[in-house]
Write a protein that binds this ligand. Structure first.
Ligand code: ADP
Length: 552
């Protein structure tokens, strides 16, 4: 009632006075807390009094205040007598509001039983336990370390609270990681199991296919082997050992070279080395010595097996016995040789008789004269054919022999051109050979080559009738060429036309011939130190040419 009588100004001044006292009290409280003072003077009912802090220990108080842990003292009723700033921060309240509150306020309801039994126990014994603390915004897991403290006013319970949030988070993270690791491990194990299964089944497949391959390789009539990319042999089949008489385990890498017939070895080795270098299929015929010392002809073929990148993994080689076929061929060649030889003499005499009759022109009717000319033309063709057959059999037997001497190629080319104009009046021949072209060779044989090229040019150019014959000096060689503008040749045909008896199978342009002319020409030129080549495109004609060394 007394207050009601105070004026507004008086109330204002009293309020100010009280605020100042509160600030002073707060400052003093803060100073005590932070250990800045150990004693203070306070205005009491009986004038000023000096209050000293009985438990004052500045270091101790500062230490508690600066600690990272929360620190609290409780009385028996569970009320907070003291706490440090860290605890206030943990529960999210200003310090001055925390003191005096029950500690249980900060424990979630569902944990009260646990908390009560903890506190009960703590008053008896020192103890530690984890518990959740509910702060303003969230829950914090804390480790509570409890001790009783003997104070002047009685016993208090001190609790140090360690925030386990970081540790708990780390534990949680670790748990998640461990779970992920376990999952990854189980996936890896599963994959591993699958892989093992695949490897097992592949190995089984491989074993089967290897056995398959071995069975096949050992039971075919050919000799078979495999070479590594560098040529080293790493497998021979059973047939190889049966034929050679070599012992499987004592076999060395180069055994095969020792049983090649000495005459065939240079060509075989050349082809083998070139195949290894180029990676192209190897094909060569040679004689291999059998275990009883007998040589038999074989056709060798080795094919490279490549991986996806095109690299050679290994070579598969086979040697097929062609001794019997060779013998048959030899017999055929021998027969051709004898037959053509036997045909040659009667042919020459028939031609001679016809020529004699032809000379008696005045007593013969015109029709007979014409028949005689036609018969001579046919006989000439027959003679060429027989001569070619004879040449081929001589080449096969290695008996195509003729003498070499200095010849005037300019003259020879002119002579052949003249002959051609006479024999093939249907075509136009253009030829201006360079003068003074001398070479060493056989005149008759070179004439045979040139006439064969000219007759081919005529035969295979039914539409465009122009033919160009050239002879020029190029450094120390003479080049002779015959060009036509006829049907021409494909790439594949160009590679094969010099083989014996090869003829292009084109019914549209089939003309007489046995595929011997170019084969013979090639051998003759090789004997003269030359080589025949061809430039051609289908439908664009062809140029056959050869170079021979100039005579010094
Ligand atoms: P042939 O007696 O069959 O003419 P050759 O050995 O002289 O035998 O020629 C072999 C093959 O080459 C011929 O059958 C022909 O297909 C081809 N040939 C030769 N010369 C020419 C050419 N000038 N133009 C086109 N093809 C040719």
């Amino acid at each position: 009632m007394e207050h009601a009588r105070l004026t507004y100004d008086e109330l204002l001044s009293e309020n100010n006075e009280l605020r100042l006292q509160l600030e002073e009290a707060n400052d003093a409280f803060q100073a005590i807390r932070t250990g800045q003072v150990d004693a203070l003077v306070m205005q009491g009912e009986n004038g000023h009094q000096l209050y000293t802090l009985k438990t004052a220990d500045q270091t101790y108080r500062m230490f508690i205040e600066k600690m990272n842990e929360g620190a609290v003292t409780l009385n028996h009723a569970g009320l907070i007598l003291y706490c440090n700033s860290r605890f206030a921060e943990m529960v999210g309240l200003p310090l001055e509001k925390v003191i005096g509150l029950s500690f249980g306020t900060f424990i979630p309801c569902e944990l009260h039983d646990k908390f009560n039994s903890l506190i009960k126990n703590a008053w008896q014994n020192e103890c530690k336990q984890e518990i959740e603390l509910s702060s303003k915004n969230n829950m914090i897991t804390c480790l509570l370390s409890c001790n009783t403290l003997e104070l002047d006013d009685g016993v208090a319970l001190s609790i140090i609270l360690t925030d386990l949030t970081v540790q708990k988070n780390a534990e949680r993270e670790l748990k998640i990681r461990n779970e992920q690791l376990a999952e990854a491990q189980s996936i890896t194990e599963k994959l591993n199991d699958e892989l093992e299964d695949t490897v097992k089944s592949r190995t089984a497949d491989l074993l089967i296919s290897r056995e398959h391959f071995k069975l096949l390789a050992n039971n075919i009539p050919q000799m078979t082997w495999t070479n590594l990319p560098d040529g080293k042999v790493d497998f021979y089949n059973q047939r190889w050992f049966e034929y050679t008489g070599f012992k499987p385990n004592k076999n060395t890498d180069s055994d095969w070279q020792t049983i090649i017939h000495p005459d065939d070895r240079p060509l075989s080795m050349e082809k083998y080395k070139s195949a290894l270098q180029t990676g192209e299929v190897l094909e060569v015929e040679n004689r291999y010595k059998r275990h009883d010392g007998v040589y038999r002809w074989h056709l060798n073929r080795a094919i490279p097996l490549r991986d996806e990148a095109g690299e050679i993994i290994f070579w598969v080689g086979t040697a097929t016995d062609i001794e019997d076929q060779k013998k048959e061929l030899e017999k055929k060649d021998e027969f051709i040789g004898i037959a053509s030889h036997e045909l040659k003499t009667p042919l020459t005499s028939v031609k001679g008789y016809l020529q004699i009759i032809g000379h008696k022109k005045e007593i013969l009717p015109d029709a007979v004269k014409q028949y005689i000319d036609k018969a001579i033309t046919s006989l000439n063709k027959l003679q060429w054919l027989v001569n070619d057959l004879l040449d081929v059999s001589k080449i096969q037997a290695g008996r195509l022999e003729y003498s070499l001497h200095k010849i005037d190629l300019t003259e020879l080319v002119s002579l052949c051109t003249e002959n051609a104009r006479h024999i093939y009046p249907s075509h136009v021949f253009e030829s201006q050979p360079e003068t003074g072209l001398f070479i060493t060779g056989n005149e008759e044989r070179l004439e045979q080559v040139l006439m064969n090229l000219i007759s081919n040019a005529v035969k295979y150019s039914p539409a465009n009738k122009n033919i160009i014959i050239k002879a020029n000096k190029r450094r120390n060689k003479v080049r002779v060429s015959v060009t036509d503008f006829g049907i021409g040749l494909s790439e594949e045909q160009k590679e094969r036309i010099f083989e014996r008896f090869y003829r292009v199978e084109d019914k549209k342009y089939m003309s007489s011939g046995l595929g011997m002319g170019l084969y013979i020409s090639q051998v003759i030129l090789a004997n003269n130190g030359g080589k025949i080549r061809v430039d051609s495109k289908p439908g664009k004609g062809a140029t056959f040419y050869f170079d021979l060394p100039v005579c010094k």
